[in-house]
Design a protein around this ligand. Structure first.
Ligand code: GLN
Length: 493
C-alpha cells in the first residue's frame, strides 16, 4: 500500500472521495509522521484528535452518500499566528504563553468549514518577525534539508518556517502561512515547496495575530501549484469582521488552471539584478525566462525604478505598524503577566513587556516608536509612505506592458542557522525581492525552480496584477511543469 503521507492535497481529496483509502488512515499516517519528527521543532502544539475528528466526519459523510466538502479528509498544519479556539496560540512569543483563544480565526474556520482537519500549530518567527525562524521563543525550526556530507542545521526560512518544514518533510500535505514581507514565499523557496500570498484583502485578517496590518496576508503553502489553488479557495473570501476584506467572490482557481501562456507577456524587472546576486540565482532566473517563453509567453523587459527603496520603506512601515499593534500586550488581557512585588500599573506593563518580548520584537517596537515619534514622523514614516505609493505606481506602469512578472524569490538558498543572526541588516536583505509586492498588495507566489550546487532548493517568484491570482498560479504551473522539481530532503530526523 502507498505511504499516504507521500500524497498531496488533490490526491488525498480524490482518494478519499473515490474510496481508495479512508480519511482516518490519512490522518493517522500524518499524525504518526508529526510525532516522529519532533527533532525538527516544526510544531508547537500537536492536535492529532482534531485531525482524526475531521477525518471521521469525512468518512461518515462518504458512507452516508453525501457530497464531500472540498477539503474533506485533508489534514493540514496551522501557523501559530492564527487564533484557534481552545488550542494554545502564542505567535511563538513568551508574552502569549498560556493564551488559549476563546474564538477561531476566520481563515482557520474557513478551512474547517471546508472539511480540513488540524495536525497542529506550527512554529514561526516570533510575531512573524524574521526570515529564518530564529526569533521564535520556543526554539528555531530546523530545515529538513542539509548540504551533502554536512550536518549543519539550515534555516527553513521565515517567518512561516514551521509551515515550510512540515510540508517539505512530508509531515503535512499543506499548511497555512502568513506573508507580511515575504514570509510565505521565502520559506517556500528555501524548502522546495510552493506558496502563494494572494492580493491584500483576499483572506480575512480577523483572528490572525497582527504584525503590520496594512501588509499582513494569509496564504497556503503546499507541495505544488494545484494544491495551493485548492487550499487558497478554502481560505479566501469576504469577511465583514475585517474592514480591509475584499467584497468579492472567490474564483474557482483550480478549475481554471492552465499552463498555456500563449498571448501572455511576462515582465522581467531589470532592477532585480542586484549587486552580488549569486550566479546560480541569475542562471535559474534565466532558465525561468526560457520556460515562460517555451510555454508560449512573450518576454518583455520592464523597469521598477523605485525597487531599491522598497526594503528601507518596508523596515519603517512594518515596525511602525507593529509598535502600534503590539501595544495591546500589557499583561492585563492576555498571556504573560509580570507583576513585581509592590509594583504599580506602569511597572507591570514594563516588566511584562521586558520579559515577554524577544529581542527582534523589541527592536521592531523601538524602531517603530521612533519613526512615529513627533520629531521624526515626517522624516521617516511620511517619507516611507510616499515611497510605498511610488512602488505601487511602478508596478501599475509595468503591468501596462505585461501580465505577470518573473523574478527570483530570494537572493540565496537556505543559509545556516546562526549565520545571519548577529547582523539584523543582513537578515533583512533576504527580503529584497519579496517586499515590493507586499508594499503594493499584489498577489505573488514562489515555486521551486531547481537546486543549487549544494543540492538546496531555489525558488522563482511570480508577481501578478491585483486580483489576478489565476495569472500567477498559471505561470507558476507552467514553471512547475518544466522544472520537474521532485527533490525531497533525505530523512535524518
Ligand atoms: N522577514 C520579514 C520581516 O522580518 C517578513 C516577515 C513576514 O512576512 N512576516 O519582517
Amino acid at each position: 500500500m502507498t505511504d499516504l503521507t507521500t500524497l498531496g492535497i488533490a490526491a488525498i481529496r480524490d482518494g478519499v472521495r473515490d474510496g481508495q483509502f479512508k480519511a482516518r488512515e490519512v490522518a493517522e499516517a500524518f499524525n504518526a509522521k508529526v510525532a516522529g519528527a519532533r527533532a525538527l521543532n516544526a510544531f508547537l502544539v500537536e492536535t492529532p484528535d482534531h485531525a482524526l475528528a475531521a477525518a471521521d466526519a469525512a468518512d461518515a459523510a462518504r458512507a452516508a452518500g453525501e457530497t464531500l466538502k472540498p477539503l474533506a479528509g485533508v489534514p493540514i498544519g496551522m501557523k501559530d499566528l492564527f487564533a484557534t479556539k481552545g488550542v494554545a496560540t502564542t505567535a511563538a512569543s513568551k508574552i502569549l504563553e498560556g493564551f488559549v483563544p476563546p474564538y477561531e480565526s476566520t481563515v482557520s474556520q474557513n478551512l474547517w468549514n471546508a472539511g480540513a482537519g488540524m495536525l497542529g500549530k506550527l512554529n514561526l518567527d516570533q510575531f512573524a518577525m524574521g526570515s529564518s525562524n530564529e526569533t521564535s521563543a520556543f526554539g528555531n525550526v530546523i530545515s529538513p534539508w542539509r548540504r551533502p556530507n554536512d550536518t549543519a542545521a539550515l534555516a527553513p526560512g521565515g517567518s512561516s518556517g514551521g509551515s515550510s518544514t512540515a510540508v517539505s518533510a512530508g509531515l503535512a500535505p499543506g499548511a497555512t502561512g502568513t506573508d507580511t514581507g515575504g514570509s510565505i514565499r521565502q520559506p517556500a523557496a528555501f524548502t522546495g515547496i510552493s506558496g502563494i500570498k494572494p492580493t491584500y484583502g483576499r483572506c480575512s485578517r480577523w483572528g490572525t495575530i497582527a504584525f503590520a496590518s496594512s501588509l499582513d496576508q494569509a496564504g497556503p503553502m503546499a507541495r505544488d501549484v494545484r494544491d495551493c489553488a485548492i487550499m487558497l479557495e478554502a481560505m479566501a473570501g469576504f469577511d465583514a469582521k475585517d474592514a480591509t476584506s475584499l467584497k468579492l467572490d472567490v474564483p474557482n482557481w483550480e478549475a481554471a488552471l492552465s499552463t498555456d501562456l500563449k498571448g501572455k507577456r511576462v515582465g522581467v524587472p531589470k532592477e532585480y539584478r542586484v549587486d552580488g546576486m549569486p550566479g546560480e540565482i541569475e542562471a535559474l532566473w534565466q532558465q525561468g525566462i526560457d520556460w515562460m517563453r517555451d510555454a508560449g509567453a512573450e518576454i518583455v523587459e520592464v523597469s521598477l525604478p523605485h525597487t531599491k527603496y522598497a526594503l528601507p520603506a518596508y523596515y519603517i512601515i512594518a515596525p511602525a505598524e507593529a509598535s502600534s499593534n503590539l501595544a495591546r500586550y500589557d499583561g492585563v488581557r492576555y498571556g504573560l503577566r509580570d507583576l513585581p512585588e509592590g509594583a504599580g500599573l506602569q511597572d507591570m506593563y514594563a516588566a511584562t513587556r521586558a520579559a515577554g518580548f524577544g529581542d527582534e520584537v523589541k527592536r521592531r517596537i523601538l524602531i517603530g516608536t521612533y519613526v512615529l515619534s513627533a520629531g521624526f514622523y515626517d522624516a521617516y514614516y511620511t517619507q516611507a509612505q510616499k515611497v510605498r505609493t511610488l512602488i505601487a505606481r511602478d508596478f501599475e506602469r509595468a503591468f501596462e506592458q505585461c501580465d505577470v512578472l518573473l523574478t527570483p524569490t530570494a537572493p540565496s538558498a537556505a543559509f545556516a542557522l546562526g549565520e545571519k543572526q548577529a547582523d539584523p541588516l543582513a537578515m533583512y536583505l533576504n527580503d529584497v525581492f519579496t517586499v515590493p509586492a507586499s508594499l503594493a498588495g499584489l498577489p505573488a507566489m514562489s515555486v521551486p525552480g531547481g537546486l543549487d550546487k549544494d543540492g538546496l532548493p531555489l525558488g522563482l517568484q511570480i508577481i501578478g496584477k491585483p486580483l489576478d491570482e489565476q495569472g500567477v498560479l498559471n505561470a507558476g504551473l507552467a514553471i512547475e511543469q518544466r522544472a520537474g522539481f521532485t527533490a525531497r530532503p533525505q530523512a535524518w530526523w
